[in-house]
Design a protein around this ligand. Structure first.
Ligand SMILES: NC(=O)c1ccc[n+]([C@@H]2O[C@H](COP(=O)([O-])OP(=O)(O)OC[C@H]3O[C@@H](n4cnc5c(N)ncnc54)[C@H](O)[C@@H]3O)[C@@H](O)[C@H]2O)c1
Length: 391
């Protein structure tokens, strides 16, 4: 299959490229390296050292004898999007190339607007380019479980049957996102659904949980590492907790720590995306996957990291709940459904305990790099203070 990965240089894009090449697909990619740039702007860096993209592909050519066709550019530019779709004529496009940090989107008006524009317009560009150039192609788009928020009822996979004043219908489940970033994903989902309705575009809209981990089965040596961020803007909870434990910093869940989310390992994320690509939707189908393995509260995860670290390294780890910079419920009901991928043959490999041991092993070797990032780990982006004037 010919697969085009938008955002191929990112945390998920790179291991996905490795997996698809390993499985014999023809892979091309696009990226403008904005994540590398934005992470540097907050005085941070990937904890795991990652080579330049050209070095990455040179190494692949040597080790796998496989080539990745690469296009450098911004997918929110329609000319660029049309150019790559026309040049590649892909069977499937995986769209990962969006600004993915909730805190970044909450810094102020400039960052909120940039996130809103770039994310929603890149998806619009893709929808139009596919409709005009290769209408049979499958779009697999990364959204987030955060689109649903934390309602006090079960969360279905995209749609639910509802009865109101004696009448019934099957409707999209209401979305209730918690940051400007998460709202961009809701807007994308609406646009994808509408494009499917009018043009019949084949679409998989992936509501993905929080991804954790340093490895997949294809990351067989350090020179294949994907990025790993731990700072307050670009890092995600579990990855950050592991890094804190490894260098003896307190593990810091925000607020009461009862915030519960779906999580999955990087290995499982890549397996699910590969399955979605290899088993595309029918012509004219729009499908939604809730993609996560287990749901945990951040407090539970902090306790698990502490337990594993203390056992494996025979050193003490401390948990310190810190004031929550976000506006979110800290104790709530959470029961999302995730059946579709499993019904297509997906078997989660993730084992939190084993995964944590592996992550800590990898991070422990780069403790010096984590030490250098100590100052950028604690939260400074305060949702309520997001302002159009100071930023
Ligand atoms: N990592 C997670 O836990 C997680 C969870 C849910 C959803 N997602 C979604 O999955 C996708 C990928 O996430 P990730 O963690 O790999 O993020 P990432 O930032 O590491 O990767 C995104 C890549 O896309 C590129 N990019 C961003 N905007 C671009 C643009 N306008 N033009 C060209 N390239 C651009 C970046 O440079 C980066 O290499 C994102 O859409 C994110 O919202 C991620």
């Amino acid at each position: 299959m010919k697969v085009l990965i938008l955002g191929i240089d990112g945390y998920i894009g790179w291991p996905l490229a490795l997996r698809l090449l390993e499985r014999g697909h023809s892979v091309s990619g696009a990226d403008n390296f904005i994540t590398r740039k934005r992470v540097k702007e907050v005085s941070s860096d990937s904890v795991l050292p990652i080579p330049s993209f050209s070095k990455r592909t040179e190494d692949l050519e040597r080790s796998m004898k496989r080539k990745v066709r690469f296009h450098r550019g911004d997918v929110s530019n329609p000319d660029f999007m049309y150019e790559i779709i026309s040049g590649e004529k892909p069977d499937a496009v995986v769209h990962l190339a969006e600004q993915r940090s909730a805190p970044y989107s909450m810094l102020g008006l400039k960052q909120a607007s940039e996130t809103m524009y770039k994310n929603t317009i890149s998806t619009m560009n893709l929808l139009y380019a596919i409709k005009d150039v290769t209408p049979e192609s499958h779009i697999l788009k990364l959204g987030t479980m955060g689109e649903y928020g934390t309602p006090n009822i079960d969360i279905p996979e995209g749609f639910f049957e509802i009865e109101f004043r004696g009448r019934k219908d099957t409707l999209p489940f209401p979305k209730n996102a918690g940051s400007w970033y998460h709202w961009t994903k809701v807007h994308d989902s609406n646009n994808l659904m509408f494009a499917n309705r009018v043009w019949g575009t084949r679409i998989t809209d992936v509501m993905q949980g929080v991804v954790y981990g340093t490895r997949t089965s294809d990351i067989t040596s350090d020179d294949r590492f994907t990025r790993f961020d731990i700072d307050e803007v670009w890092g995600t909870a579990l990855n950050r907790f592991c890094a804190q434990a490894v260098i003896g910093l307190p593990i810091t869940p925000y607020g009461k720590g009862g915030q519960t989310r779906g999580f999955l390992s990087l290995e499982d994320s890549i397996t699910c995306l590969t399955l979605g690509i290899e088993k595309p939707p029918e012509k004219g189908e729009y499908r939604v996957f809730n993609q996560f393995d287990q749901h945990y509260s951040v407090g539970e995860l902090a306790r698990k990291v502490k337990e594993v670290y203390e056992r494996e390294y025979s050193r003490k780890a401390v948990i310190e709940n810190v004031p929550n910079p976000r506006v979110e419920k800290e104790e709530h009901y959470y029961n999302p459904e995730s059946k579709k991928l499993r019904s297509m043959g997906y078997k989660p490999e993730g084992n939190l305990e084993k995964d944590l041991i592996r992550i800590m092993e990898d991070l422990n070797r780069y403790g010096g790099r984590i030490e250098k990032l100590k100052k950028v780990i604690m939260p400074r982006t305060i949702w309520k203070k997001s302002s159009g004037i100071t930023h």
